[in-house]
Ligand binder design. Structure first.
Ligand code: AP5
Length: 226
C-alpha cells in the first residue's frame, strides 16, 4: 500500500498517519520529521533549513527530494509506505511519477484556517518519534510527558501564531494546487475527509474510503486480467 496524506499544516495528517500505518503495517515517512531530525543533530542540512522552517516557508526542493528518495530505498518501504507532507508542490509530485513511484490512494484532510490556528497553539510533540498530542483534544497521560517513553514533550518552533499564518499562506499558494492536479489525474484514488471532529471518527472515515478505493482497484485488476 503506497499512500499520500495531503492537507494544510495542522489538519491532522500526523495524527491520522499513526493509525493508518499501524493498520497496514507500513512506515510513516514525514519529510517534516526528517528535517527536524537533521536540525536536532546539527547536520549541514539541518543548519541550512532551520531558519527557513522557523519562518514557515518550504525548504529547497533538492534537499527534501534527496532525503525522500534515500528514505524510500530503505528495506522497510518494500511493503509500502505513507507519505506525510510530501509532495508539497506539483514538481514534487512529478518527481514521484518520473521515478515510477506508484500511489494507491491520496487522502486529503481539510479544515478551516481558523481551526488550524486554534489547534496548533496547543500541540505538543515527542521529537524523537514524531508522536503528537494536544493539551486539550488529545492530552498525554501525564502533562508534557510522552506516553510511551516518558520523555519530555516540546512545542514546535514553527507553531507560533505568526509562523502558522505564514505556513497557511504557503500551503494555499504552493500545495493546494496539488488537490486539483491529483483529482484530475487520479479521480478514483482521491479521498477527501473533513478534519474537524473526533480523531477516531475521522480515522474510521479514512479506513472506509480507503477500503472502497482498494475494492475498486482490485475489481479493475480482475477485469483487466480476465
Ligand atoms: P511538517 O512537519 O510536514 O508540518 P505540516 O505539514 O505543516 O503539518 P503539521 O505537522 O504541522 O500538522 P499535521 O497535519 O501533521 O497535524 P497534527 O496531526 O500534528 O512540515 C514542517 C516544515 O517542514 C514545513 O513548513 C517546511 O518548511 C518543511 N517541509 C516538510 N516537507 C516539505 C516538503 N515536501 N517540501 C518543502 N518543505 C517541506 O495535528 C495538529 C494538532 O491538532 C495536534 O496537536 C493534534 O493532537 C491535534 N489534532 C489532530 N487531529 C485532531 C482532531 N480531529 N481534533 C482536535 N485536535 C486534533
Amino acid at each position: 500500500m503506497q499512500l499520500i496524506l495531503l492537507g494544510a499544516p495542522g489538519a491532522g495528517k500526523g495524527t491520522q498517519a499513526e493509525f493508518i500505518c499501524k493498520q497496514f503495517g507500513i512506515p510513516k515517512i514525514s519529510t517534516g520529521d526528517m528535517l527536524r531530525v537533521e536540525i536536532a543533530a546539527r547536520t549541514p542540512i539541518g543548519q541550512k533549513v532551520q531558519g527557513i522552517m522557523a519562518e514557515g516557508k518550504l525548504v529547497p526542493e533538492e534537499i527534501v527530494n534527496s532525503l525522500l528518495m534515500a528514505r524510500l530505498k530503505l528495506p522497510d518501504c518494500k511493503k509500502g509506505f505513507l507519505l506525510d507532507g510530501y509532495p508539497r508542490t506539483i514538481s514534487q509530485a512529478e518527481l514521484l511519477e518520473t521515478n515510477g513511484i506508484l500511489i494507491d490512494a491520496i487522502i486529503e484532510i481539510y479544515i478551516s484556517d481558523e481551526d488550524i490556528i486554534k489547534r496548533l497553539s496547543g500541540r505538543r510533540i515527542h521529537p524523537q518519534s514524531g508522536r503528537t498530542y494536544h493539551i486539550i483534544y488529545q492530552p498525554p497521560k501525564n502533562p508534557e510527558i510522552d506516553d510511551i517513553t516518558q520523555e519530555p514533550l516540546i512545542q514546535r518552533e514553527d507553531d507560533k501564531e505568526e509562523t502558522v499564518r505564514m505556513r497557511l499562506q504557503v500551503y494555499h499558494q504552493q500545495t493546494e494546487p496539488l488537490i486539483a492536479w491529483y483529482q484530475k489525474r487520479s479521480p478514483n484514488k482521491y479521498i477527501q475527509v473533513e478534519g474537524e471532529g473526533a480523531v477516531n471518527s475521522i480515522c474510521d472515515q479514512i479506513m472506509q474510503k480507503l477500503g472502497s478505493v482498494m475494492e475498486k482497484r482490485d475489481g479493475d485488476r480482475h477485469i483487466n486480467q480476465g
